[in-house]
Write a protein that binds this ligand. Sequence first.
Ligand SMILES: [Ca+2]
Ligand SMILES: [Ca+2]
Length: 247
Amino acid sequence: MIVGGDMLGFINVKGDWGDPNDTFAGSVMINGSFLAPDAPSHIKVDGQVVGAGTFLAVNYDAHDGGVWDPNAVVIIGDPNDPNNVHNGNTPALHLWETKCKGDMDGDQVVSFPDINPFILALTNAVGYSEYFPGLGCTNDPNDPNCLAGSRIWRGDLTCDNPPHLGFEDINPFVVLLTDPCCQPTCDPCSGDGGERMSPQQLASELAATIWPELYNDLVAIVEENIDLQPDEESQAYWEAVHAALTG
Ligand SMILES: [Ca+2]
Ligand SMILES: [Ca+2]
């Protein structure tokens, strides 16, 4: 479902949200902001969210950094029960909002654990979509233009046009991990690019957070990344990261 501009009114789903037989269902793409400046603005589901893979991703202009107004809410079930009224990320319900570039697991924070879903998103789009229902892509997880589920928006740290998630995003992702912030743009977080971690420090942070089953993928990505560096200094940096990971 796509809302062409700012969302100021309401959407009411009369029954359940989702389909028990459909793995990817439930994205509301708002091309502007999700706003309630004067009157209530809400998305209301009278029934419940059904199906293990169903999600409700409220993507309020993720591309440009729109606003989810605190008074704009998503209501699932009886509106008189305050537990049913949500105004932000609610992972237990697969209710996601998009906010930070590089936040690959959708917890609204950019941190080292995001390395796991970043690698998944890079190497296995379908696996990423299955692991994080709603953060992957609707219908076709391999569709490079599918931003509704926001996998590409979150991982594309070079802000390509059209958006693209690829090996070119590894360097900026690592820079972001070492100088983290939550923002919807590709600008450096502190404005000065931050202090680069030593290769040994980076390798040990990565090794401490990587899932064992992704360790080999990480090593392979780091190895490929050596050749992609523009200068010898950067190559030496990534060679040292690789050596520390495999040593
Ligand atoms: Ca995160
Ligand atoms: Ca990119």
